[in-house]
Design a protein around this ligand. Structure first.
Ligand SMILES: NC(=O)C1=CN([C@@H]2O[C@H](COP(=O)(O)OP(=O)(O)OC[C@H]3O[C@@H](n4cnc5c(N)ncnc54)[C@H](OP(=O)(O)O)[C@@H]3O)[C@@H](O)[C@H]2O)C=CC1
Ligand SMILES: Nc1nc(=O)c2c([nH]1)NC[C@@H]1CN(c3ccc(C(=O)N[C@@H](CCC(=O)O)C(=O)O)cc3)C=[N+]21
Length: 275
């Protein structure tokens, strides 16, 4: 057996063609506002990738950059301006923000209609309850990828490793909504290897290079790796996996491009729904 490669890079490109056609039909071009606080080079690169993706599908973007010393109040004021700007359809606040800022308060200040990155408490709650909401971009992108490749979810045991507000937790809720039986593991999980060994679907969202060992994963599983570390390593060790699992996301070229695609796709939806 050779694993099906869940090629997010190619799927994101295909979906951009469709998005472009939808953008071209709109009278006003949708604008995504990006907010980058501080000067972390990796964050700046990610934000630039999002801005570039907007450009490729014909959407506009507005990049706000704030200094490392920004206070919560200053960031809240910026968000409030963007909430009130009728040209702006979506707001992305790049995580993480500097430590002096109350990130949760700032995420939650984003208008629910403009929360195209799915970071607000209200958006999370609505998504978890199955109401209309924009999902958190990374797990939403993963769900689109799994759906595109026809990966069956109902009745499957999914093990999500990580419970962060924008990745692990919403991922677990989305898989639950798709009728998986979901286990969520985290840093206090006592028997990670055993939990992973029971998974039909494994999602690595830990942020530690190859913490999840290939040997823990059972034959035929679906392996989704959200991690990305220097040297092209993910959160999941891939040695020997390709010949014995049923499907696998590459790193890079798997989850990352789908995250960006989910963000711009939800920005367009916001424009179509609310502009
Ligand atoms: N491709 C993409 O678009 C994106 C990729 N990422 C990547 O995904 C990964 C996770 O990101 P993010 O969720 O933001 O990270 P966080 O650091 O916010 O969360 C990491 C999670 O992993 C858990 N964890 C840490 N150590 C262990 C351990 N030894 N055993 C089990 N669980 C552990 C933590 O548990 P606890 O809660 O107990 O502390 C926490 O819930 C990173 O590699 C990041 O780069 C992130 C966002 C987008
Ligand atoms: N509010 C918020 N929302 C986010 O969605 C968010 C965030 N903050 N903070 C940081 C993480 C990280 N993130 C990535 C997006 C794309 C790639 C991506 O496309 N990576 C390429 C590789 C890129 C390269 O080569 O450097 C790939 O995996 O193929 C990676 C990581 C979104 N994040």
């Amino acid at each position: 057996m050779s694993a099906l490669i869940l090629d997010g890079k190619t799927l994101a490109k295909q979906r951009e063609q469709m998005l472009k056609q939808r953008v071209d039909k709109l009278e006003l071009k949708p604008v995504l506002a990006t907010i980058l606080v501080g000067d972390d080079p990796a964050s700046a690169t990610y934000v630039q990738m999002k801005v570039n993706a907007c450009g490729r599908v014909g959407m506009g973007s507005r990049s706000v950059t704030l200094p490392e010393t920004t206070s919560t109040e200053e960031l809240l004021a910026t968000i409030s301006e963007l909430n009130n700007d009728p040209q702006v359809c979506g707001i992305l606040l790049q995580h993480p923000v500097p430590a002096q800022i109350d990130e949760r308060a700032c995420f939650d200040a984003i208008s629910i209609r403009k929360d195209v990155d799915g970071v607000t408490t209200q958006g999370f709650g609505r998504m978890a309850m199955g109401e209309q909401a924009f999902g958190s971009a990374t797990p939403a992108g993963i769900m689109t990828l799994l759906d595109h490749y026809g990966i069956e979810l109902a009745g499957k045991h999914a093990v999500v490793v990580g419970r962060s507000p924008i990745l692990g937790k919403p991922m677990a809720a989305m898989l639950l909504n798709a009728n998986c039986t979901v286990t969520v593991c985290h840093s206090r999980t006592a028997d990670l290897a055993d939990q992973i060994g029971r998974a039909d679907i494994v999602v690595g969202a830990v942020g530690k290079p190859e913490l999840i060992r290939a040997a823990w994963i059972k034959d035929g599983a679906v392996v989704v790796d959200a991690g990305y570390h220097p040297g092209g390593l993910g959160d999941i060790e891939k040695d020997g996996l390709e010949s014995r699992v049923s499907a696998l996301t590459p790193v890079p070229g798997g989850v990352g491009p789908m995250t960006i695609n989910a963000l711009i796709s939800q920005t367009l939806e916001a424009a179509e729904l609310f502009a």
